[in-house]
Ligand binder design. Structure first.
Ligand SMILES: NC(=O)c1ccc[n+]([C@@H]2O[C@H](COP(=O)([O-])OP(=O)(O)OC[C@H]3O[C@@H](n4cnc5c(N)ncnc54)[C@H](OP(=O)(O)O)[C@@H]3O)[C@@H](O)[C@H]2O)c1
Length: 453
């Protein structure tokens, strides 16, 4: 009978307890898949005196280093969150040759390359599927299942909360704040219970709606997909707070669905990295991904197009991904084939957003001037920007949305470099017939994959 493999938990909060309950409930199945039993040896928490009915008190310690240094702990599972001490503890566990499983997006987005290098130096597996898109397996498919292909692009809905908000607006006609309220009731926001820690909750909420949370996820995904170092600061990031029901409605008339997209593309030796709301054609597979679901659409030269979809948020999906990584780590430790990939050695330059080419949706409020449509079209023309569609509509607006003018002019442009569009818009903004440019939203029309073989 194989000796049990020792597990040490750093953190026993929402995800930690989920992990413990899965390990307990599915012990037989997990042992069969891991090639033998797993044994929980130690658990570090901040406050050991807190009552935890599901934890055996002797396992608890207030000192996370005691977990990392425990010789009976072979797999360290980091579920503390935050940058420090998580980063230092992970690095130390790897230096000792222990396997590390983490769900910590922040630490990986900021220090992933350095930790992967430490893992490679010490032959220590570092597994982090749970840090990216919850229960959706994506790191393994990128690194292993698509190993024979060159990844060309990733389009993802990787923030389930933002997707739930935009779904609430598009499908159910809620305005932004009502849709946000409902998304929270669905339990999208980690730790969104009780009245305590309002500051932490507000910060978490902002990280979602302003796109930072997705930017962290994209940094990790892009690094794995393109085998390059990615700095999270290089991800262009725009939130969803400015989106109105009117935009969603006009986009629908033009054949599009609005989604909170994360985009990473490699082309001509550079990377595009951006997180922003975007219109996608209603026939695109991502257009059907609604509510709390997340999805990642990958295009590669040999593998073609594939989409992985599932519950990207929530404690149990995250815990399930952590346990799957624990099983994988146990198998690797038992087999002696540790399968530690090298850390990315190259740093692809990132294309500035000004140079990114897309189509654009532009909504503006005209003054009461019959010549305005022609004047705007003329300004676009002077900048060489073609117009695919133009329409004038009496404003569709929810009760909470109030605008000065009841008329909207909406344009859909052909593909244009972002800097050029901005210059044209600066000119349009000065036209007598234009009260204000209300919204500019990128339109993402994915190209088919380009086989190289
Ligand atoms: N919650 C989700 O839905 C979700 C989904 C995906 C990924 N994640 C990621 O999973 C990780 C854990 O999230 P969570 O929601 O489980 O967090 P959480 O509920 O806040 O739990 C954090 C745990 O870490 C312990 N802890 C914090 N600092 C410590 C320190 N310095 N020393 C010892 N223990 C310490 C806390 O101790 P006390 O119990 O004593 O306070 C608590 O047990 C985070 O990286 C998060 O981003 C979470």
């Amino acid at each position: 009978v194989a000796r049990p493999i020792g597990i040490g938990l750093l953190g026993c909060g929402a995800v930690g307890r989920g992990v413990m309950s899965i390990l307990r409930a599915n012990a037989e199945r997990i042992a069969a898949r891991a090639g033998g039993r797993l044994a929980l040896r130690r658990i570090a928490t901040q406050d050991v005196s807190k009552f935890r009915d599901d934890v055996e008190p002797p396992l608890l310690t207030g000192d996370p280093w005691a977990v990392v240094h425990d010789p009976d702990v072979e797999i360290v599972v980091e579920l503390l969150g935050g940058l420090e001490p998580a980063r230092t503890l992970i690095a130390e566990a790897l230096r000792q040759g222990k396997a590390v499983v983490t769900a910590n997006k922040a630490v990986l987005a900021r220090h992933g390359t350095e930790l992967q290098a430490t893992a490679a130096r010490h032959g220590a597996p570092l597994l982090f599927e749970a840090a990216v898109a919850g229960a959706i397996p994506i790191i393994k498919p990128l690194q292993e299942c698509l190993a024979a292909s060159r990844i060309q692009s990733i389009l993802g809905i990787i923030d389930g909360m933002n997707n739930a908000i935009l779904t609430g607006m598009a499908r159910d006609g809620l305005d932004f704040s009502a849709a946000l309220q409902r998304a929270r009731q669905l339990g999208c926001l980690a730790g969104d219970t009780g009245a305590d820690d309002v500051e932490r909750r507000t910060a978490a909420l902002r990280a979602h709606v302003e796109g930072y949370d997705a930017a962290f996820t994209l940094a990790i995904l892009a690094s794995a997909a393109f085998e390059t170092r990615v700095r999270v600061e290089d991800v262009f990031c725009e939130g969803i707070t400015h989106i109105s029901l009117a935009d969603i409605q006009y986009g629908r008339e033009l054949g599009y669905v609005l989604k909170p997209l994360a985009i990473a593309k490699e082309g001509e030796g550079r990377l595009e990295l951006r997180v922003h709301p975007a219109f996608i054609p209603r026939e695109h597979p991502l257009a059907a991904v609604n509510d709390l679901f997340s999805a990642v659409f990958v295009r590669s030269d040999a593998g073609g197009e594939l989409m992985l979809c599932g519950r990207g948020t929530g404690v149990l999906p995250a815990a399930s991904a952590v346990v799957a990584d624990i099983i994988e780590a146990a198998k690797r430790l038992r087999s002696g084939l540790r399968g530690v990939p090298p850390a990315p050695e190259r740093t692809l330059p990132v294309k500035p957003i000004d140079e990114v080419v897309s189509r654009f949706y532009v909504a503006l409020e005209p003054a009461d001037d019959p010549g305005v449509l022609a004047a705007v079209a003329g300004a676009f023309g002077r900048w060489g920007i073609g117009i695919r569609a133009a329409m004038q509509r009496e404003r569709f607006a929810a009760p909470a949305e109030s605008f000065a003018s009841p008329i909207d002019l909406v344009f859909l442009t052909h593909a244009v470099q972002e800097a050029r569009l901005r210059r044209a818009l600066a000119e349009i903004d000065q036209l007598d017939g234009v009260r204000r440019i209300r919204h500019v939203i990128r339109v993402e029309e994915p190209e088919p994959s380009q086989p190289t073989a």
